[in-house]
Design a protein around this ligand. Structure first.
Ligand code: HEM
Length: 146
């Protein structure tokens, strides 16, 4: 049981790496969308879509393994740093779904609007990165908030 718990912590931390890491790559790629011609732009958009899909899968493993850790370990759903993480997480999941997917979909439809869309994508990427780093702090420092 002890080994299994450690294994799930490992899986949990691994999926945190795959949830946060790809976002760092998105920042320079989104910036490059500005100057690229249509073909190159499509290649960048494909990378962005693939990255978002990867982040979503890693996020599911993160939540699944997190839930298992609560069930198996000494922490409960009432622990304050876990509640804080859940609040930030549900907020950011809703935000991710709204900010990225629709923007990606309309990108080719409105060519004049592209600078604004790129600005939006860049802002969303930074914001999501900051939210992930806040959750990472709750998880690592385990602060008693109330
Ligand atoms: C459904 C949401 C989540 C739940 C229920 C959850 C649950 C937990 C629990 C119970 C532990 C403690 C394991 C232990 O040391 O015994 C833990 C550790 C950890 N979690 Fe989460 N987690 C969640 C989301 C996240 C997110 C979003 C991140 C990253 C952004 C994250 C990153 C980590 C890391 C890095 C550790 C290891 C910390 C350490 O051992 O010092 N978790 N998680």
């Amino acid at each position: 049981m002890e080994f299994l718990y450690r294994l799930i912590v490992y899986l949990h931390v691994g999926s945190a790496v795959f949830s946060i890491g790809p976002f760092i790559i998105l920042i320079p790629i989104v910036k490059k969308l500005r100057a690229a011609d249509e073909k190159v732009q499509q290649a960048y958009l494909d990378i962005i879509k693939y990255t978002i899909r990867l982040i979503k899968h890693a996020g599911h493993v993160l939540v699944g393994s997190g839930a298992l850790l609560i069930i198996m370990g000494p922490w409960t759903w009432k622990t304050s740093w876990i509640i804080a993480t859940l609040i930030v997480m549900f907020g950011s999941v809703l935000f991710l779904a709204r900010a990225f997917t629709p923007t990606m979909r309309i990108f080719h439809e409105s060519t004049q609007n592209q600078p604004a869309l790129i600005k939006n994508l860049l802002r969303s990427t930074w914001l999501y990165l900051i939210l992930l780093m806040i959750m990472l702090w709750f998880m690592v420092a385990k602060p008693v908030l109330w």
